[in-house]
Design a binder for this molecule. Structure first.
Ligand code: ATP
Ligand code: MG
Ligand code: MG
Ligand code: MG
Length: 484
């Protein structure tokens, strides 16, 4: 079943059950805690928090999401993309646990002929929060899932909050058993690759007290109006229904991967295992290329442009990672003009603006690649020599001074130096590097201050920024882990 068809069936199912279809919010959404929308509920927060009266009691959407904290998982697990689409249904004080569970179950297990996903009920494993007997009983008594296929899990996995005092509640997740070739038996508690999570049902019913993180807090009360927030990973369901190993092989992503393979001459499928974590490095790189090119396309499509801070820096880093992966696969010419049109053709049936706006989108992506290739060319030779010298002198750590010189003179970002050094088995003296960066900043500020003549002169500081970009990359850490 094609991804577009899964999306259509999802919306139709919930529309037929009284939900208003709401379009996706743009990825860079106006939310102080987020760089990008990372869940379907983000645009509905004012309703869920009771700040605004919802115009409808039930809603459904397919939300574009970007989760940069998942970037290191890409290609190494079967189920994490930096960009993905979250199908959701929401109840604002309307139906609660039984409604959410039975609506999800119905769509997942209804036959393909009747408009469902046709999943085998015996392969589905729900989880519930430790003491959520209510959800357990619905799964067991109403739906009829045998007790040995319902697992209870703690706060880390099955309790949702926004990390601050406010609404919170237990969740129930649905996993599908992909079979012994994907890992060990025993349910999601044992192996989350074999048992793939595809749907999270959040029951907002409590009030969270102060505390930190996902686990260290008390539940201090009950909410007067209870809400439902669910998220189903479109790409994960597509991977399962299309019978492929991971979400980089589905219809909306595979053509990009395939093109990257053709371009670099690296055949995909060098690893024989179905388990993503056991993959050959080239297979991982091809997946990274496919994922990142698509994410870049979607971000620029929604108005993000490469820059040295905030959202623009996340985009820059994603595009550069894609370019680096292509180079590591052995292709050193510009690849974006080959890959981006393929990504556009995969995604524009659902997002036609990607085709009509392609001229603008491609200019940013191609320009970023060209600039980065020039940087790479200048810096790589210097870095290679430095690595060689470090080795010869018997050291295992590249000096902070060298990393600083690469950054300062050649515009080589520190994360790239770290990555390349690590590939060569070397560490980098990051503390030394940061000390030099701070010294330089202080100097630049002092200079600017000294030259100040009635109006602010920030040119020296600007020059530092322009020479290679913001160094303290906080983009990933900034992304709130709410709704996860
Ligand atoms: P996981 O534990 O596998 O990282 P999650 O618990 O972080 O997933 P949720 O926050 O519950 O995910 O998001 C709801 C749904 O969105 C998930 O059940 C999954 O289907 C999908 N999803 C989450 N993260 C990703 C991702 N990085 N790429 C693709 N789909 C995702
Ligand atoms: Mg999970
Ligand atoms: Mg989850
Ligand atoms: Mg996650």
């Amino acid at each position: 079943m094609r991804t577009a068809e899964i999306k259509r069936r999802f919306l139709a199912h919930f529309e037929n059950n009284g939900h208003t279809v709401v379009p996706s919010a743009p990825l860079p959404f106006d939310d102080p805690n987020l760089l990008f929308v990372n869940a379907g509920m983000v645009q509905f927060k004012p309703y869920l928090l009771g700040q605004v009266t919802p115009p409808f009691p039930r809603a459904t959407s397919v939300q574009k999401c970007v989760r940069t904290p998942d970037i290191d998982e890409v290609g190494k697990t079967s189920r994490h993309g930096t960009f993905f689409q979250m199908n959701g249904n929401f109840s604002f004080g309307d139906y609660f646990k039984e409604g959410a569970i039975t609506l999800a179950w119905e769509l997942a297990t209804k036959s393909v002929e009747d408009g469902g996903f046709g999943m085998d009920p015996e392969k589905l494993w729900p989880t519930v929060y430790l003491d959520d007997d209510e959800a357990y009983d619905i799964w067991h008594r109403v739906v009829g899932v045998p007790a040995d296929r319902i697992q209870r899990r703690g706060k880390a996995d099955n309790f949702w909050s926004m990390g601050v005092p406010g609404p919170c509640g237990p969740c129930s997740e649905i996993f599908v058993d992909r079979g012994p070739e994907y890992g060990a038996e025993g349910g999601p508690e044992v192996d989350e690759d074999r048992y793939m999570e595809f749907w999270n049902l959040v029951f907002m019913q409590n009030l969270r007290g102060p505390g930190t993180g996902k686990e260290n807090f008390e539940i201090v009360g009950d909410l007067p109006a209870k809400n439902i927030d669910t998220g189903m990973g479109l790409e994960r369901v597509a991977a399962y229904l299309q019978g492929v190993d991971n979400l980089y092989e589905i219809d909306e992503v595979w053509p990009i991967l395939d093109k990257a393979s053709e371009l670099t001459g690296k055949r995909y499928g060098a690893s024989t295992s179905h388990v993503a974590s056991e993959s050959h490095p080239d297979d991982v790189r091809l997946r990274v290329v496919a994922d990142h090119v698509r994410t870049g396309l979607m971000l620029i499509g929604d108005g993000v442009t490469p820059s040295n801070e905030g959202r623009g820096y996340v985009l820059r880093r994603i595009l550069r990672r894609a370019v680096r992966a292509v180079r590591l696969l052995g292709y050193d010419k510009p690849a974006m003009p080959e890959l981006l049109p393929v990504a556009r053709d995969c995604m524009s049936p659902s997002y036609p603006e990607l085709a009509t706006d392609y001229e603008r989108i491609s200019q940013y992506a191609y320009g970023e690649e060209e600039a980065f290739l020039a940087t790479l060319k200048a810096g790589t030779t210097i870095l290679d020599v430095a690595v060689e010298e470090t080795r010869k002198s018997g050291g295992s750590t590249l000096s902070g001074a060298k990393a600083f010189q690469l950054h300062d003179t050649y515009g080589f970002p520190i994360d790239l130096t770290l990555e390349i050094a690590a590939e060569q088995g070397l560490a980098v003296d990051e503390d030394g590097f940061r000390r030099l960066m701070t010294e330089q900043r202080t100097r630049a500020k002092a200079d600017a201050q000294a030259r100040k003549t009635g109006h602010a002169d920030t040119s020296a500081y600007r020059a530092v920024l322009d020479s290679g970009g913001a160094v303290e990359f906080t983009g990933y850490a900034e992304v709130s882990r709410e709704a996860r």
